[in-house]
Write a protein that binds this ligand. Structure first.
Ligand code: ADP
Length: 452
């Protein structure tokens, strides 16, 4: 025991984030990178770097054999997968553990269970989490689907068991459209995931997306770190996240948080996890669990003062959770803006060379990014290039500071989402926290139609 060298199987800001936590713990890092990322910041800062393949992620960041070889060559004793890429790949987690390398993530069996949404819902229901009303598991027969849909009431949502990123999902307004829409969802699921197993859920009209951060030690102890509100979304992609949620009372936080922590303890869950709920009219409805660190984890760090990556590494090293539930204090308010290299309003990707970069600073301002002047953003990967995380004692103070920080931030040479965030922060609904998962797309549509 005793992790001393972590291989970071990721790139971009999250690779840098992991490197920083490791070095603060006195642990060495190994960066793996594609040929397109040879000049990336995390590669420059890591103690060791190994090129694992060409730009295509399938041949580099998703290449099991190349990553395991890199770990063996450099003597890494742990692998942190970050988010995306291999982070929720149970088979890869199995391989890592079979090589006697610590997997900084949940037990592979839990990744597997939660990766299948039908299984995940069954497990969550059995552990006492409130579910969205829907079919009892997978349904394949159209008559059966019609019967279930009638029972839960239209509109219903057809979802793929293997789904992710909003794919393989279709809203069904009425019975006459069920067959054709489910067939479309099945085709989408088949081509995206190679699995067209479907289930049905009540389609909630106007919910918020509220998720709870949990941690387990793998031996039956678990805690929750409160919720994040990620309702500002476009095409199911989060744009802006905050903690705490403007609508959740402390009582509800501790009640629901207690339920999720108990569920994780009962599973003997290990490491970081996020339990996602839709929230409507004061009720929580479980939709899925992510068995990894989330992009938006820093807002939780800001209001709890805990380093979640450090916690993940400790747990993978067999240590206890560093805090007890009763020691966790929720203080102040934090918001994260995701900054992408794309047109702020058409969302067309805008990779290219950064000719000038100035990072926002000052009290309670954090920027997680691998950017520097002269860096060229490769076109092959996700467009997120930076996260701006701002803390304030109150939500209002946090919003003021966020406006100030966005003003200071300069990224020139490519288009970015900074102007989108600046406009969002002028909207009364955003200022008051009165938004749902539909808000952003509706606002964008109105803005485009010029009726703003
Ligand atoms: P994925 O894994 O594909 O991201 P999720 O189950 O997490 O799928 O759902 C993604 C998003 O789809 C949610 O954040 C929400 O915006 C919407 N959604 C999912 N289930 C429902 C539902 N039952 N009613 C309304 N919207 C839903």
């Amino acid at each position: 025991m005793g992790i001393s060298r972590i291989l970071i199987a990721n790139r971009g800001e999250i690779a840098l984030r992991i490197h920083r936590a490791a070095h603060e713990m006195g642990i060495e890092t190994v960066a793996v990178h594609s040929t397109a990322d040879a000049d990336a910041m995390h590669v420059r800062l890591a103690d060791h770097a190994v090129c694992i393949g060409p730009p295509a992620a399938s041949e580099s960041y998703l290449n099991h054999a190349a990553i395991i070889s890199a770990a063996e060559i450099t003597g890494a004793d742990a692998i942190h997968p970050g988010y995306g890429f291999l982070s929720e790949n149970a088979k890869f987690a199995d391989i890592v553990e079979a090589h006697d390398i610590a997997w900084i993530g949940p037990k592979p069996e839990h990744i597997r269970t939660m990766g299948d949404k039908v299984q995940a819902k069954k497990t969550a229901g059995a552990l006492g989490l409130p579910l969205v009303p829907g079919s009892d598991g997978a349904v394949s027969d159209f008559d059966e689907m019609k019967r279930v849909a009638k029972e839960i009431g239209y509109p219903v949502l057809a979802k793929a068991a293997a789904g992710g990123g909003g794919r393989g999902m279709k809203v069904i307004p009425s019975e006459d459209q069920l067959e054709s829409l489910v067939k479309q969802a099945m085709n989408e699921a088949k081509s995206a995931f190679g699995d067209d197993t479907m289930y049905l859920e009540k389609y909630l009209g106007n919910p918020r997306h509220i998720e709870f951060q949990v941690f387990g030690d793998g031996r039956g102890n678990a805690i929750h770190l409160g919720e994040r509100d990620c309702s500002l979304q476009r095409r199911h992609q989060k744009v802006f996240e905050e903690a705490p949620s403007p609508v959740i009372t402390h009582e509800d936080r501790m009640r629901m948080g207690g339920i999720v922590a108990d569920a994780m303890a009962a599973m003997e869950y290990r490491g970081a996890g996020t339990i996602e709920f839709l929230w409507e009219n004061g009720e929580f409805y479980f939709i899925e669990m992510n068995t990894r660190l989330q992009v938006e984890h820093p807002v939780t760090e800001a209001i709890t003062g805990l380093d979640l990556v450090r916690e993940q590494i400790r747990i993978a090293d067999g240590k206890d959770l560093s805090v007890k539930q009763e020691d966790i204090e929720f203080k102040g308010h934090a918001i994260e803006c995701r900054i992408n290299a794309e047109d702020p309003f058409t969302f067309a990707p805008s990779p290219g060379k950064i000719d000038y970069y100035h990072q926002a600073g000052g009290m309670h301002v954090r920027v997680d990014s691998g950017l520097y002047a002269g860096y060229t953003i490769p076109p092959y990967y996700d467009s997120m290039i930076a996260k701006l995380i701002v803390y304030g004692r109150t939500r209002e103070g946090c919003l003021m500071r966020l406006r100030r920080a966005l003003e200071e931030m300069v990224i020139s040479g490519v288009k970015t989402s900074i102007p989108l965030h600046q406009e969002l922060l002028k909207q009364p609904d955003v200022i008051s926290g009165d938004y749902t998962i539909k808000w952003l797309e509706e606002w964008l549509a109105e803005r485009e139609a010029g009726t703003e």
